[in-house]
Design a binder for this molecule. Structure first.
Ligand SMILES: Cc1ncc(COP(=O)(O)O)c(C=O)c1O
Length: 416
Protein backbone atom coordinates (compact mmCIF):
# COMPACT_ATOMS: atom_id res chain seq x y z
CA UNK A 1 0.00 0.00 0.00
CA UNK A 2 1.50 3.35 -0.99
CA UNK A 3 1.38 6.33 1.35
CA UNK A 4 -0.46 8.27 -1.38
CA UNK A 5 -3.30 5.73 -1.46
CA UNK A 6 -3.95 6.18 2.25
CA UNK A 7 -4.62 9.86 1.67
CA UNK A 8 -7.11 9.25 -1.14
CA UNK A 9 -10.78 9.71 -0.22
CA UNK A 10 -12.54 6.67 1.17
CA UNK A 11 -14.26 5.06 -1.80
CA UNK A 12 -15.48 1.53 -1.04
CA UNK A 13 -16.24 -0.51 -4.17
CA UNK A 14 -19.96 -0.86 -4.98
CA UNK A 15 -21.20 -4.23 -3.73
CA UNK A 16 -24.45 -6.12 -3.69
CA UNK A 17 -24.17 -7.97 -0.37
CA UNK A 18 -26.18 -11.19 -0.82
CA UNK A 19 -24.52 -13.10 2.02
CA UNK A 20 -25.84 -13.97 5.49
CA UNK A 21 -25.23 -10.38 6.69
CA UNK A 22 -24.14 -7.69 6.97
CA UNK A 23 -26.12 -6.46 3.96
CA UNK A 24 -26.42 -3.16 2.11
CA UNK A 25 -27.70 -0.46 4.42
CA UNK A 26 -30.90 1.33 3.43
CA UNK A 27 -29.94 4.78 2.01
CA UNK A 28 -32.40 6.39 4.44
CA UNK A 29 -30.38 4.91 7.29
CA UNK A 30 -27.06 6.10 5.84
CA UNK A 31 -28.59 9.53 5.53
CA UNK A 32 -29.76 9.51 9.16
CA UNK A 33 -26.24 8.57 10.26
CA UNK A 34 -24.80 11.69 8.67
CA UNK A 35 -26.98 14.03 10.76
CA UNK A 36 -25.27 16.38 13.27
CA UNK A 37 -24.42 14.92 16.66
CA UNK A 38 -26.10 16.08 19.85
CA UNK A 39 -25.03 15.89 23.48
CA UNK A 40 -26.37 12.85 25.28
CA UNK A 41 -28.46 14.92 27.70
CA UNK A 42 -29.66 17.42 25.12
CA UNK A 43 -33.48 17.28 25.39
CA UNK A 44 -33.66 16.75 21.62
CA UNK A 45 -31.43 13.71 21.99
CA UNK A 46 -33.19 12.21 25.00
CA UNK A 47 -36.40 12.57 23.01
CA UNK A 48 -34.79 10.48 20.24
CA UNK A 49 -33.88 7.89 22.88
CA UNK A 50 -37.52 7.78 24.00
CA UNK A 51 -38.66 7.49 20.39
CA UNK A 52 -36.30 4.56 19.89
CA UNK A 53 -37.97 2.77 22.80
CA UNK A 54 -41.43 3.41 21.35
CA UNK A 55 -40.36 2.25 17.87
CA UNK A 56 -38.66 -0.94 19.04
CA UNK A 57 -41.63 -1.93 21.19
CA UNK A 58 -43.54 -2.09 17.91
CA UNK A 59 -40.73 -3.94 16.14
CA UNK A 60 -40.60 -6.53 18.96
CA UNK A 61 -44.42 -6.56 19.28
CA UNK A 62 -44.16 -5.98 23.01
CA UNK A 63 -45.39 -3.75 25.79
CA UNK A 64 -42.08 -4.23 27.64
CA UNK A 65 -41.06 -0.97 29.26
CA UNK A 66 -37.45 -2.13 29.01
CA UNK A 67 -36.81 -1.94 25.28
CA UNK A 68 -33.67 -0.05 24.29
CA UNK A 69 -30.25 -0.27 22.66
CA UNK A 70 -26.99 -1.86 23.73
CA UNK A 71 -23.94 -0.28 22.11
CA UNK A 72 -21.95 -2.98 20.35
CA UNK A 73 -22.65 -5.76 17.87
CA UNK A 74 -25.25 -8.50 18.38
CA UNK A 75 -23.13 -10.33 20.91
CA UNK A 76 -22.91 -7.21 23.08
CA UNK A 77 -26.63 -7.57 23.84
CA UNK A 78 -26.25 -11.33 24.43
CA UNK A 79 -23.44 -10.63 26.92
CA UNK A 80 -25.44 -7.86 28.57
CA UNK A 81 -28.35 -10.17 29.22
CA UNK A 82 -26.18 -13.05 30.39
CA UNK A 83 -23.66 -11.22 32.54
CA UNK A 84 -26.49 -9.35 34.28
CA UNK A 85 -28.72 -12.36 34.98
CA UNK A 86 -26.33 -15.29 35.49
CA UNK A 87 -24.64 -15.79 38.81
CA UNK A 88 -21.79 -18.33 39.09
CA UNK A 89 -23.15 -21.87 39.07
CA UNK A 90 -26.58 -20.96 37.68
CA UNK A 91 -27.92 -23.56 35.28
CA UNK A 92 -28.37 -22.50 31.68
CA UNK A 93 -29.82 -24.75 28.98
CA UNK A 94 -28.87 -24.05 25.35
CA UNK A 95 -30.60 -25.95 22.54
CA UNK A 96 -27.91 -25.78 19.84
CA UNK A 97 -28.76 -26.12 16.15
CA UNK A 98 -25.83 -24.20 14.64
CA UNK A 99 -22.85 -21.96 15.25
CA UNK A 100 -24.71 -19.31 17.18
CA UNK A 101 -26.04 -21.79 19.72
CA UNK A 102 -22.38 -22.49 20.45
CA UNK A 103 -21.82 -18.74 20.83
CA UNK A 104 -24.63 -18.55 23.41
CA UNK A 105 -23.04 -21.51 25.21
CA UNK A 106 -19.65 -19.86 25.27
CA UNK A 107 -20.93 -16.56 26.58
CA UNK A 108 -22.91 -18.34 29.32
CA UNK A 109 -19.77 -20.32 30.26
CA UNK A 110 -17.75 -17.11 30.46
CA UNK A 111 -20.39 -15.89 32.94
CA UNK A 112 -19.56 -19.01 35.02
CA UNK A 113 -22.90 -20.69 34.36
CA UNK A 114 -23.31 -24.43 34.63
CA UNK A 115 -24.28 -24.92 30.98
CA UNK A 116 -26.06 -27.92 29.55
CA UNK A 117 -26.64 -28.21 25.81
CA UNK A 118 -28.90 -30.32 23.67
CA UNK A 119 -28.11 -30.62 19.98
CA UNK A 120 -29.62 -31.54 16.66
CA UNK A 121 -27.77 -31.89 13.40
CA UNK A 122 -27.04 -28.67 11.52
CA UNK A 123 -29.98 -28.08 9.17
CA UNK A 124 -32.57 -29.42 11.63
CA UNK A 125 -34.58 -27.87 14.48
CA UNK A 126 -36.03 -29.12 17.79
CA UNK A 127 -39.53 -30.39 18.47
CA UNK A 128 -40.99 -28.40 21.40
CA UNK A 129 -41.28 -31.69 23.31
CA UNK A 130 -37.49 -32.21 23.10
CA UNK A 131 -37.00 -28.81 24.68
CA UNK A 132 -39.62 -29.43 27.35
CA UNK A 133 -38.00 -32.78 28.25
CA UNK A 134 -34.63 -31.08 28.64
CA UNK A 135 -36.06 -28.22 30.72
CA UNK A 136 -37.78 -30.76 32.97
CA UNK A 137 -34.54 -32.68 33.45
CA UNK A 138 -32.10 -29.76 33.84
CA UNK A 139 -34.41 -27.25 35.62
CA UNK A 140 -32.36 -24.31 34.33
CA UNK A 141 -32.60 -20.70 35.42
CA UNK A 142 -32.35 -19.66 31.75
CA UNK A 143 -33.09 -21.31 28.41
CA UNK A 144 -31.14 -19.49 25.68
CA UNK A 145 -31.57 -20.17 21.99
CA UNK A 146 -31.57 -18.61 18.53
CA UNK A 147 -34.62 -18.06 16.37
CA UNK A 148 -32.80 -18.24 13.04
CA UNK A 149 -29.23 -19.51 12.94
CA UNK A 150 -27.57 -18.09 9.84
CA UNK A 151 -24.92 -20.81 9.94
CA UNK A 152 -27.51 -23.46 9.06
CA UNK A 153 -30.19 -21.27 7.41
CA UNK A 154 -33.00 -22.83 9.49
CA UNK A 155 -35.27 -21.23 12.08
CA UNK A 156 -36.49 -22.81 15.30
CA UNK A 157 -40.28 -22.55 15.84
CA UNK A 158 -40.65 -20.64 19.10
CA UNK A 159 -44.39 -20.21 19.66
CA UNK A 160 -44.45 -22.74 22.54
CA UNK A 161 -41.02 -22.17 24.04
CA UNK A 162 -41.83 -19.19 26.28
CA UNK A 163 -44.80 -21.05 27.75
CA UNK A 164 -42.69 -24.17 28.39
CA UNK A 165 -40.03 -22.13 30.16
CA UNK A 166 -42.57 -20.26 32.27
CA UNK A 167 -44.13 -23.60 33.35
CA UNK A 168 -40.77 -24.66 34.84
CA UNK A 169 -39.90 -21.21 36.17
CA UNK A 170 -37.03 -20.70 33.69
CA UNK A 171 -36.33 -17.44 31.87
CA UNK A 172 -36.51 -17.67 28.08
CA UNK A 173 -33.93 -15.74 26.06
CA UNK A 174 -33.95 -15.60 22.24
CA UNK A 175 -31.21 -14.32 19.95
CA UNK A 176 -33.21 -13.11 16.94
CA UNK A 177 -30.31 -11.23 15.34
CA UNK A 178 -30.62 -13.10 12.09
CA UNK A 179 -34.39 -13.24 11.77
CA UNK A 180 -36.17 -10.25 13.33
CA UNK A 181 -38.56 -8.59 10.87
CA UNK A 182 -37.65 -11.24 8.29
CA UNK A 183 -40.18 -13.46 10.07
CA UNK A 184 -42.68 -13.13 12.88
CA UNK A 185 -41.58 -12.89 16.51
CA UNK A 186 -44.43 -11.61 18.68
CA UNK A 187 -42.46 -11.36 21.91
CA UNK A 188 -45.41 -10.86 24.26
CA UNK A 189 -47.75 -13.37 22.61
CA UNK A 190 -45.05 -16.00 22.71
CA UNK A 191 -44.18 -15.09 26.32
CA UNK A 192 -40.47 -14.72 25.69
CA UNK A 193 -38.70 -12.97 28.55
CA UNK A 194 -35.82 -11.40 26.66
CA UNK A 195 -34.97 -10.98 22.98
CA UNK A 196 -31.99 -9.23 21.47
CA UNK A 197 -30.94 -8.49 17.90
CA UNK A 198 -28.71 -6.21 15.86
CA UNK A 199 -29.27 -4.04 12.81
CA UNK A 200 -27.15 -5.67 10.13
CA UNK A 201 -29.60 -8.25 8.82
CA UNK A 202 -33.31 -7.72 8.03
CA UNK A 203 -33.33 -4.32 9.74
CA UNK A 204 -31.02 -3.09 6.93
CA UNK A 205 -28.68 -1.14 9.16
CA UNK A 206 -24.98 -1.24 10.02
CA UNK A 207 -23.45 -3.55 12.63
CA UNK A 208 -22.62 -1.83 15.91
CA UNK A 209 -25.77 -1.43 17.98
CA UNK A 210 -28.04 -4.09 19.43
CA UNK A 211 -31.72 -3.56 20.31
CA UNK A 212 -32.92 -5.55 23.32
CA UNK A 213 -36.28 -6.05 25.04
CA UNK A 214 -37.00 -7.75 28.35
CA UNK A 215 -39.86 -7.98 30.78
CA UNK A 216 -40.29 -7.39 34.50
CA UNK A 217 -39.26 -10.97 35.37
CA UNK A 218 -35.82 -10.18 33.98
CA UNK A 219 -35.78 -6.68 35.51
CA UNK A 220 -36.50 -8.18 38.93
CA UNK A 221 -33.50 -10.53 38.68
CA UNK A 222 -31.28 -7.68 37.53
CA UNK A 223 -32.45 -5.41 40.33
CA UNK A 224 -31.54 -8.02 42.94
CA UNK A 225 -27.90 -7.18 42.22
CA UNK A 226 -28.33 -3.50 41.53
CA UNK A 227 -25.21 -1.37 41.88
CA UNK A 228 -24.44 2.21 40.84
CA UNK A 229 -20.97 3.60 40.09
CA UNK A 230 -19.68 5.59 43.04
CA UNK A 231 -19.10 8.84 41.13
CA UNK A 232 -22.76 9.15 40.13
CA UNK A 233 -24.46 7.34 43.01
CA UNK A 234 -27.43 9.31 44.39
CA UNK A 235 -27.33 10.11 48.13
CA UNK A 236 -28.75 7.32 50.24
CA UNK A 237 -28.45 4.63 47.52
CA UNK A 238 -27.81 1.18 48.98
CA UNK A 239 -26.54 -1.56 46.68
CA UNK A 240 -28.73 -4.67 46.53
CA UNK A 241 -27.41 -7.82 48.18
CA UNK A 242 -26.61 -9.95 45.11
CA UNK A 243 -23.11 -10.18 43.60
CA UNK A 244 -22.07 -7.13 41.56
CA UNK A 245 -22.34 -7.71 37.78
CA UNK A 246 -18.78 -8.37 36.61
CA UNK A 247 -18.99 -5.97 33.66
CA UNK A 248 -19.53 -2.25 33.99
CA UNK A 249 -20.24 -1.68 30.29
CA UNK A 250 -22.87 -4.42 30.12
CA UNK A 251 -24.48 -3.92 33.55
CA UNK A 252 -28.16 -4.00 32.65
CA UNK A 253 -29.18 -2.32 35.93
CA UNK A 254 -27.06 0.73 35.17
CA UNK A 255 -28.24 0.70 31.53
CA UNK A 256 -31.84 0.71 32.78
CA UNK A 257 -31.06 3.81 34.82
CA UNK A 258 -29.50 5.45 31.77
CA UNK A 259 -32.54 4.72 29.57
CA UNK A 260 -35.20 5.58 32.21
CA UNK A 261 -36.37 8.94 33.52
CA UNK A 262 -33.49 8.71 36.05
CA UNK A 263 -31.08 9.30 33.09
CA UNK A 264 -28.19 8.36 35.32
CA UNK A 265 -25.03 8.76 33.32
CA UNK A 266 -23.44 5.57 32.05
CA UNK A 267 -21.57 5.33 28.70
CA UNK A 268 -21.74 8.11 26.10
CA UNK A 269 -24.49 6.93 23.78
CA UNK A 270 -23.31 6.13 20.23
CA UNK A 271 -25.19 9.00 18.66
CA UNK A 272 -24.94 8.13 14.97
CA UNK A 273 -25.74 4.49 15.67
CA UNK A 274 -28.84 5.53 17.60
CA UNK A 275 -29.91 7.61 14.60
CA UNK A 276 -29.38 4.51 12.46
CA UNK A 277 -31.42 2.27 14.77
CA UNK A 278 -34.24 4.81 14.86
CA UNK A 279 -34.34 5.03 11.07
CA UNK A 280 -34.18 1.24 10.59
CA UNK A 281 -37.27 0.83 12.76
CA UNK A 282 -39.11 3.67 11.00
CA UNK A 283 -38.40 2.13 7.57
CA UNK A 284 -39.79 -1.25 8.66
CA UNK A 285 -42.82 0.15 10.46
CA UNK A 286 -43.73 2.38 7.54
CA UNK A 287 -43.78 -0.70 5.31
CA UNK A 288 -45.63 -2.64 8.03
CA UNK A 289 -44.44 -5.78 9.83
CA UNK A 290 -46.63 -8.22 7.89
CA UNK A 291 -45.73 -6.79 4.45
CA UNK A 292 -42.09 -6.96 5.51
CA UNK A 293 -42.44 -10.66 6.48
CA UNK A 294 -44.27 -11.29 3.18
CA UNK A 295 -41.53 -9.60 1.14
CA UNK A 296 -38.91 -11.87 2.74
CA UNK A 297 -41.09 -14.97 2.29
CA UNK A 298 -41.64 -14.26 -1.41
CA UNK A 299 -37.93 -13.61 -1.97
CA UNK A 300 -37.17 -16.93 -0.30
CA UNK A 301 -39.61 -18.75 -2.56
CA UNK A 302 -38.10 -17.08 -5.61
CA UNK A 303 -34.53 -17.81 -4.53
CA UNK A 304 -35.30 -21.49 -3.88
CA UNK A 305 -37.15 -21.80 -7.20
CA UNK A 306 -34.27 -20.06 -8.97
CA UNK A 307 -31.57 -22.27 -7.46
CA UNK A 308 -33.57 -25.40 -8.20
CA UNK A 309 -34.24 -24.04 -11.71
CA UNK A 310 -30.47 -24.11 -12.16
CA UNK A 311 -30.44 -27.75 -11.10
CA UNK A 312 -28.89 -26.97 -7.69
CA UNK A 313 -30.00 -28.48 -4.37
CA UNK A 314 -31.16 -26.36 -1.45
CA UNK A 315 -29.72 -27.28 1.97
CA UNK A 316 -31.64 -28.13 5.15
CA UNK A 317 -35.14 -28.85 6.31
CA UNK A 318 -37.10 -26.68 3.86
CA UNK A 319 -40.17 -26.52 6.10
CA UNK A 320 -38.08 -24.61 8.67
CA UNK A 321 -35.98 -22.59 6.28
CA UNK A 322 -35.22 -18.99 7.26
CA UNK A 323 -36.86 -16.73 4.68
CA UNK A 324 -33.88 -14.39 4.50
CA UNK A 325 -31.02 -16.85 3.95
CA UNK A 326 -30.83 -19.85 1.64
CA UNK A 327 -28.20 -22.57 1.86
CA UNK A 328 -27.32 -24.26 -1.40
CA UNK A 329 -25.07 -27.27 -1.94
CA UNK A 330 -21.92 -26.52 -3.91
CA UNK A 331 -22.51 -28.56 -7.09
CA UNK A 332 -20.55 -31.68 -8.06
CA UNK A 333 -17.40 -30.89 -9.94
CA UNK A 334 -16.64 -27.80 -7.82
CA UNK A 335 -14.12 -29.27 -5.41
CA UNK A 336 -11.93 -28.00 -2.59
CA UNK A 337 -10.89 -24.38 -2.99
CA UNK A 338 -12.93 -24.00 -6.19
CA UNK A 339 -16.02 -23.15 -4.09
CA UNK A 340 -14.15 -20.15 -2.72
CA UNK A 341 -12.99 -19.28 -6.25
CA UNK A 342 -16.62 -19.11 -7.37
CA UNK A 343 -17.39 -16.70 -4.55
CA UNK A 344 -14.43 -14.49 -5.30
CA UNK A 345 -15.24 -14.43 -9.03
CA UNK A 346 -18.81 -13.34 -8.25
CA UNK A 347 -17.32 -10.51 -6.23
CA UNK A 348 -14.69 -9.61 -8.83
CA UNK A 349 -16.86 -9.90 -11.95
CA UNK A 350 -20.27 -8.85 -10.67
CA UNK A 351 -19.61 -7.04 -7.37
CA UNK A 352 -21.88 -9.59 -5.65
CA UNK A 353 -21.01 -11.14 -2.31
CA UNK A 354 -22.46 -14.53 -1.33
CA UNK A 355 -21.58 -16.35 1.89
CA UNK A 356 -19.29 -19.22 2.70
CA UNK A 357 -20.15 -21.61 5.57
CA UNK A 358 -18.78 -22.81 8.90
CA UNK A 359 -18.16 -26.00 10.85
CA UNK A 360 -19.57 -29.22 9.40
CA UNK A 361 -20.98 -27.31 6.41
CA UNK A 362 -17.71 -25.68 5.40
CA UNK A 363 -16.90 -26.45 1.77
CA UNK A 364 -20.33 -28.04 1.29
CA UNK A 365 -22.76 -25.13 0.98
CA UNK A 366 -22.88 -21.47 0.08
CA UNK A 367 -25.30 -19.19 1.88
CA UNK A 368 -27.22 -16.63 -0.12
CA UNK A 369 -29.05 -13.88 1.73
CA UNK A 370 -31.84 -11.58 0.60
CA UNK A 371 -32.77 -9.39 3.52
CA UNK A 372 -33.73 -5.89 4.50
CA UNK A 373 -33.12 -3.33 1.77
CA UNK A 374 -31.57 -6.00 -0.46
CA UNK A 375 -34.64 -8.20 -0.38
CA UNK A 376 -35.96 -6.98 -3.72
CA UNK A 377 -36.86 -8.78 -6.94
CA UNK A 378 -34.12 -7.24 -9.07
CA UNK A 379 -31.42 -8.28 -6.59
CA UNK A 380 -32.63 -11.89 -6.51
CA UNK A 381 -32.67 -12.05 -10.31
CA UNK A 382 -29.27 -10.38 -10.66
CA UNK A 383 -27.73 -12.74 -8.12
CA UNK A 384 -29.13 -15.84 -9.86
CA UNK A 385 -27.94 -14.63 -13.27
CA UNK A 386 -24.45 -13.96 -11.90
CA UNK A 387 -24.29 -17.34 -10.18
CA UNK A 388 -25.29 -19.13 -13.37
CA UNK A 389 -22.71 -17.27 -15.45
CA UNK A 390 -19.97 -17.93 -12.89
CA UNK A 391 -20.78 -21.64 -12.61
CA UNK A 392 -20.74 -21.94 -16.39
CA UNK A 393 -17.15 -20.68 -16.35
CA UNK A 394 -16.44 -23.68 -14.12
CA UNK A 395 -18.08 -26.05 -16.63
CA UNK A 396 -21.13 -26.77 -14.46
CA UNK A 397 -23.96 -27.79 -16.77
CA UNK A 398 -27.21 -25.99 -16.07
CA UNK A 399 -30.42 -25.11 -17.91
CA UNK A 400 -29.71 -21.74 -19.56
CA UNK A 401 -31.68 -19.00 -17.84
CA UNK A 402 -33.41 -21.61 -15.65
CA UNK A 403 -32.69 -19.70 -12.45
CA UNK A 404 -33.96 -16.29 -13.49
CA UNK A 405 -37.00 -17.81 -15.26
CA UNK A 406 -38.09 -19.81 -12.21
CA UNK A 407 -37.57 -16.93 -9.79
CA UNK A 408 -39.38 -14.52 -12.07
CA UNK A 409 -42.29 -16.96 -12.32
CA UNK A 410 -42.68 -16.79 -8.50
CA UNK A 411 -42.77 -13.00 -8.59
CA UNK A 412 -45.22 -13.02 -11.52
CA UNK A 413 -47.47 -15.48 -9.66
CA UNK A 414 -47.48 -13.01 -6.77
CA UNK A 415 -48.53 -10.24 -9.15
CA UNK A 416 -45.10 -8.54 -9.30
C1 LIG B 1 -27.98 -15.54 15.15
C2 LIG B 1 -26.78 -14.68 15.31
N1 LIG B 1 -26.37 -14.36 16.55
C3 LIG B 1 -25.29 -13.61 16.76
C4 LIG B 1 -24.53 -13.14 15.73
C5 LIG B 1 -23.29 -12.37 16.06
O1 LIG B 1 -23.37 -11.09 15.60
P1 LIG B 1 -22.25 -9.98 15.79
O2 LIG B 1 -21.16 -10.36 14.86
O3 LIG B 1 -22.99 -8.74 15.37
O4 LIG B 1 -21.82 -9.94 17.22
C6 LIG B 1 -24.91 -13.42 14.41
C7 LIG B 1 -24.14 -12.93 13.27
O5 LIG B 1 -24.28 -13.35 12.14
C8 LIG B 1 -26.07 -14.22 14.19
O6 LIG B 1 -26.48 -14.55 12.96
Amino acid sequence: MTANKIFEELNPPPRLMMGPGPVNVDPRVLNAMSMPLLGQFDPAFTEYMDEVMVLYRQIFQTENRWTFLIDGTARAAIETFMVSTIEPGDKVLVPVFGRFGHLLTEIAERCAADVEIIEVEWGEVFEPQQIEDAVKRVRPKIVAMCQGDTSTTVAQPLAEIGEICARYDALSYVDATASLVGMDLPVDNWKIDCVSVSLQKCLAGPPGIAPITFNDRVAEIVNRRKHIEKGIRPDGFEAAGGPMVSSNYFDLGMLMDYWSEARLNHHTEATSMLYAARECARVVLKEGLQPCFNRHALASKAMVAGLEGLGLTVFGDKSHKMPNVTGVYIPDGIDGDEGEMVRSEMLHDFGIEIGTSFGPLHGKIWRIGAMGYNCQKHNILTCLAALEATLRQHKVKMPAGGGVDAALAEYRAAGQ
